[in-house]
Design a protein around this ligand. Structure first.
Ligand code: UD1
Length: 353
């Protein structure tokens, strides 16, 4: 069986690695890996390949950055000839980035079956580019791998037939489980007893001057109570420069490799983020997470896990932070099938097809 995987951006890599490794152990499987090049910086891409032991891609489409339309179109036109040449039995796409939907569209047009890993997640907010990517990819996919029950429910409600849906659990947690021992040993661990770990990159939080300024001001207020560790995404750094915001009071770091970031996450007093994956990782690590968004496509992290949505409301952020600092943090539990074996379950289903 020939399985072709498409990855493009940082959050894809930790989802693809466990599937690639699980399939590598099976006989009769030939795998091809395509990197679209959506993320191309060493610290957003190469370093993840090496830490997650992902083999070098067979094809790099080198699409790079651009508007949504341009980036999606560039992936589509570069991927089409690769797919025609490789002739896989099935293509596996991951998550909700522009590369995901672009590859799924090409497969649908060339009648190549598509499997979507991390299917069924919905924020019900179409202003979020990833929500559009999720809906379209799931509509086109022939095999849908969901991380949790809410994913199944969303897909069934949208008319996807139950035979196509496979609840395999959270594959990103496989990478976490695998590299947690390395993170525990990691010298990047900080000396401080208490610190807030911050990440911020959603267009809705960083692309508007006033919104970004307000969020950064509330982070400065946080830094008056405990030290703030803030690895900054290139999109956010570019906006701060563009808007000329003074950030002297916040210490910025470069985006971090997976293991070093995991080492910080597990030791953080609180994580403040607008990332999707980090809401899940903190739930698994049982570290309090304050999400700077008014909705989430990962509601199980709120209902079962340690996640609280604070939106762009600095008052709510301050109240929740105080509760955490006073030892009244939300206690969560780990959702079912977030057990480090999702990649194996995906491999099993793919080979049964
Ligand atoms: C993308 C995903 C988002 C994911 C995020 C993780 C989409 C729609 N968004 O957002 O879901 O959470 O990745 O990081 O696919 N840039 C660099 N170097 C790079 C890549 C990007 O400097 O290697 C800069 C460029 O200025 C670029 C900007 O970051 O324009 C945004 O990159 P892009 O891939 O468009 O989206 P992300 O914000 O990274």
């Amino acid at each position: 069986m020939h399985i072709l995987h498409v990855v493009g951006a940082r959050p894809n890599f930790m989802k693809a690695a466990p599937v690639l490794h699980a399939l590598h152990k099976r006989t009769g499987v030939h795998q091809t890996l395509v990197h679209t090049g959506q993320h191309y910086d060493r610290n957003l891409s190469d370093v993840f390949f090496s830490q997650l032991e992902i083999p070098a891609p067979d094809f790099n489409l080198g699409v790079g950055s651009g508007t949504h339309a341009r980036q999606t179109a560039d992936v589509m036109s570069a991927f089409e000839p690769v797919l025609q040449r490789a002739k896989p039995d099935i293509v596996v796409v991951y998550g909700d980035v522009n590369s995901t939907v672009a590859a799924a569209l090409v497969c649908a047009k060339l009648l190549v079956p598509v499997a979507h890993v991390e299917a069924g997640l919905r924020s019900f907010d179409r202003t979020m580019p990833e929500e559009v990517n999720r809906i379209v990819t799931d509509r086109l996919a022939d095999v849908l791998f969901t991380p949790s029950e809410d994913g199944d429910e969303n897909l069934l409600r949208e008319g996807v037939t139950s035979e196509k849906i496979h609840r395999v659990g959270n594959v990103m947690i496989d990478s976490l489980v695998c590299l947690l021992p390395a993170a525990i040993q990691c010298p990047a661990n900080r000396d401080e007893d208490r610190f807030a770990l911050v990440t911020l990159h959603r267009p809705s939080n960083v692309d508007d001057n006033n919104v970004l300024k307000k969020i950064l001001e509330s982070l400065i207020a946080v830094s008056e109570q405990l030290s703030v560790v803030f690895p900054v995404h290139p999109r956010t750094r570019a906006r701060i420069t563009q808007f000329g915001i003074n950030i002297d009071k916040l210490k910025f770091l470069e985006p971090m490799p997976y293991v070093e970031f995991l080492a910080l996450q597990r030791r953080a007093t609180v994580v403040i983020t607008d990332s999707g994956g980090i809401q899940e990782e903190t739930t698994y690590l049982q570290v309090p997470c304050l999400t700077v968004r008014s909705n989430t496509e990962r509601p199980i992290t709120v209902s079962m896990g340690t996640n609280t949505l604070v939106g762009q409301d600095s008052r709510k952020l301050a109240i929740e932070l105080s509760a955490i600092l006073e030892g009244r943090a939300k206690r969560g539990s780990i959702p079912p099938l977030w057990d480090g074996k999702a990649g194996e379950r995906i491999a099993e289903v793919l080979l049964r097809l």
